[in-house]
Write a new protein. Structure first.
Length: 358
C-alpha cells in the first residue's frame, strides 16, 4: 500500500473528511517533495498539492501521486489553499496541530471562510512508524555508509588527535559517499564522554580515554543512527567492567525486541542488566527511538512508552552508562522488526576496541 492509500485508510478509520498535510517531514513522506513549502490537501477520493512559484518546476518533477498547483505574489497563500480545498468540496479540514503554531492557526481562520479548520493528532507519525520496502532499502543504505564511516575513522583514533578532527573526518567521509549528515555528529572523549549529547571540542585524545562517537548518514531523506565507543591506547579493569555491562544490556535488549513486545519492557530489561553491576543509576535516557525520515522518529523505548513493537518498524537500541569524572559508554544499533525476529542493520564491531591497534 502506498503512502497516500495508507493515509486515506487511517482517515477513514478516524472519521477525518479531509486533511491538510503541511509538516515538511510528512509532506516529503506523502509526496516525495523536498522543497521547504508545500501543502497537500487529501480527501477520501481526491488530492491536490499546493506550493508557491519557487517550486513549481521542482514539485512537478518530484510529485506523481497528486496534481500540483502553485501561486505567486501577490496572491495570499492561505487564501489560495482555502480555495483549492473548497474546489474539492471540503467543508471540514483537519490540520496538523503538532506542527502548527497557535498564531498560524489564528491568522488562517478568517482566510478559510466556509471551511472549518479542525486540529488533529499527529497521525502521520504513527503511520510512518511502519516502513515500506523502499524506505527500508534507503535506511539500509544509510546504515551501510555509517558502518563504512566507522571502519574509516578507527584509523584516526590515536593520542593527540582532537575530537573535532574525528568529527569532521567522519562527516566528510559520509558526504564523500554521496550521503548527507543525518545530525551533528557527537564525538566526546575522556571525562567528556560522560556527556550523552556532548559537542566535539578541541580536546585531544589521550591514552585511557573512552571515545564515544554517535553519527549517522542520510540517504534519499532516510537516516541511520549509530554509536560506538572505543578506548585509546590502554584499558583498565574499570573500562572493561563498564563497557561489557553496556554491551550485555544492548545484546539483551536486541534479544528481547520482537513484534508484540512492549517497548517499556525492552527498556526495563536493559536497566535490569545494568542494575546487576550497580550501573543502572548512570543510565538516564531511554533505550531507543523510532528511526526513519527523522532521526528521532515516532515511538520511544522508555519506561513510560505506550508503544507496542510491530513488524516493519525500525528502532535504535542504545543503552549507555555515563559516570561523571570517569567517562561514558554507549553502544547503538539500528534494528528492523521482521516477521521472524529482527534484522540488525548496522554491522560495525561491538567488542571493545583499543586503538590504535598494536
Amino acid at each position: 500500500m502506498d503512502s497516500l492509500s495508507r493515509l486515506r485508510a487511517r482517515m477513514s478509520q478516524d472519521g477525518i473528511e479531509a486533511i491538510m498535510v503541511s509538516d515538511p517531514v510528512n509532506v516529503g513522506w506523502l509526496t516525495g517533495f523536498t522543497g521547504t513549502f508545500g501543502r497537500a490537501i487529501v480527501t477520501g477520493n481526491a488530492a491536490v498539492f499546493v506550493t508557491d512559484s519557487r517550486y513549481t518546476i521542482q514539485a512537478g518533477e518530484e510529485i506523481s501521486n497528486m496534481p500540483v498547483v502553485s501561486f505567486a505574489s501577490p496572491v495570499d497563500g492561505d487564501e489560495f489553499v482555502a480555495k483549492k480545498a473548497q474546489e474539492l468540496g471540503v467543508k471540514s479540514l483537519g490540520f496538523e496541530a503538532a506542527s502548527t503554531t497557535y498564531l498560524t492557526w489564528e491568522k488562517s481562520i478568517p482566510k478559510f471562510s466556509g471551511v472549518q479548520l479542525i486540529p488533529i493528532n499527529d497521525i502521520l507519525s504513527d503511520i510512518r512508524m511502519v516502513k515500506s520496502d523502499d524506505e527500508i532499502t534507503k535506511i539500509r543504505a544509510a546504515c551501510g555508509i555509517a558502518d563504512a564511516a566507522f571502519e574509516h575513522i578507527t584509523r584516526m583514533i590515536q593520542p593527540g588527535v582532537t575530537e573535532m578532527d574525528v568529527c569532521l573526518d567522519l562527516e566528510f567521509f559520509m558526504r564523500r559517499q554521496g550521503a548527507e549528515v543525518a545530525f551533528p555528529s557527537i564525538v566526546v572523549s575522556g571525562n567528556r564522554s560522560a556527556r550523552p549529547h556532548g559537542k566535539p571540542s578541541e580536546k585531544k585524545l589521550e591514552v585511557g580515554d573512552f571515545v564515544t562517537m554517535d553519527f549517522g548518514a542520510r540517504v534519499d531523506g532516510y537516516n541511520s543512527d549509530m554509536t560506538r565507543t572505543v578506548v585509546v591506547g590502554a584499558a583498565t579493569d574499570r573500562h572493561h567492567e563498564v563497557y561489557n555491562a553496556v554491551l550485555e544490556a544492548q545484546l539483551g535488549a536486541l534479544g528481547a525486541i520482537r513484534a508484540g513486545a512492549l517497548a517499556k519492557d525492552v527498556d526495563t530489561l536493559a536497566r535490569e542488566i545494568l542494575g546487576k553491576y550497580d550501573l543502572a543509576k548512570y543510565f538516564g535516557h531511554g533505550l531507543g527511538h523510532g528511526l526513519g525520515r527523522v532521526v528521532h522518529d515516532g515511538g520511544r523505548l522508555s519506561p513510560s512508552s505506550p508503544n507496542v513493537i510491530e513488524v516493519g518498524q525500525i528502532w535504535t537500541i542504545e543503552p549507555g552508562v555515563y559516570i561523571e569524572g570517569f567517562g561514558g559508554v554507549r553502544i547503538e544499533d539500528d534494528v528492523l522488526i521482521t516477521e521472524t525476529g529482527i534484522e540488525i542493520l548496522t554491522h560495525s564491531p561491538k567488542e571493545m576496541m583499543i586503538l590504535p591497534k598494536a
